[in-house]
Design a protein around this ligand. Structure first.
Ligand code: TZP
Ligand code: MG
Length: 195
């Protein structure tokens, strides 16, 4: 039987990624909080093989693994490698994303070479352990005032509320749970809502 890597087997995770891509996803982030470096490397390399050039493959947390996988970029949180160190390692071409959870973090991240800032959780989320407090739509408006970088709203984003998130000033959304049941169909529905 194929062994699990965090959220599923390699085959299941790759199938999920293919479904997201078929639905029109433009960026896929590999975020496995309970997998070893070796497992993330294996999975990341397989994703690198199947993710087409017009879709960005981003590795969460680990700059070293992003390079090893030849990913398109890395996403760092407040407790990961600081953005400027990450930038030095990944070089000018790869994408650098930073997680922010409050206005002061948005302001600081805005001064870095990050290509995009994630802001959230916007709404209640069950996909993250110990999430920061939900910032609501007002939190997005405040973030928008502090940066002109690409702003990606995350946390509890659904088909129902995604339009309001964009209207509050986000440029795009990042989604986990709402996509789990029917990734292809739901990704396509998000894109319809947001065009
Ligand atoms: N960072 C802030 S909220 C979150 C992360 C990684 C989880 C988002 O998942 P969901 O299921 O879309 O709320
Ligand atoms: Mg992180």
């Amino acid at each position: 039987m194929p062994s699990r890597i965090g959220s599923g087997t390699l085959q299941e995770i790759c199938h999920f990624a293919r479904e997201l891509i078929a639905g029109g996803a433009t960026l896929i982030q590999l975020r496995e909080k309970h997998a070893s470096a070796k497992e993330i490397l294996r999975l990341g390399r397989e994703l690198r093989r199947i993710v087409p050039n017009n879709v960005s493959l981003i590795i969460n947390d680990r700059v070293d693994l992003a390079i090893a996988v030849q990913a398109d970029g890395v996403h760092v949180g407040q407790d990961d490698v600081p953005p400027e160190n990450a930038r030095r390692i990944i070089g000018p071409q790869r994408t650098l994303g930073i997680s922010t959870h409050m206005p002061s973090q948005v302001q600081a991240a805005n001064q870095t070479s990050a290509d995009y800032l994630a802001i959230g959780p916007v709404f209640t989320t069950t996909s993250k352990t110990n999430p920061d407090p939900a910032i609501g739509l007002e939190g997005i408006r405040e973030a928008r005032l502090r940066t002109q970088k690409l702003l990606v709203a995350i946390g509890g984003v659904t088909l129902q509320n995604c339009r309001s998130v964009i209207d509050a000033g986000a440029d795009s959304v990042a989604v986990i749970s709402e996509l789990l049941a029917e990734p292809r169909k739901t990704t396509a529905q998000f894109l319809l809502q947001l065009r």
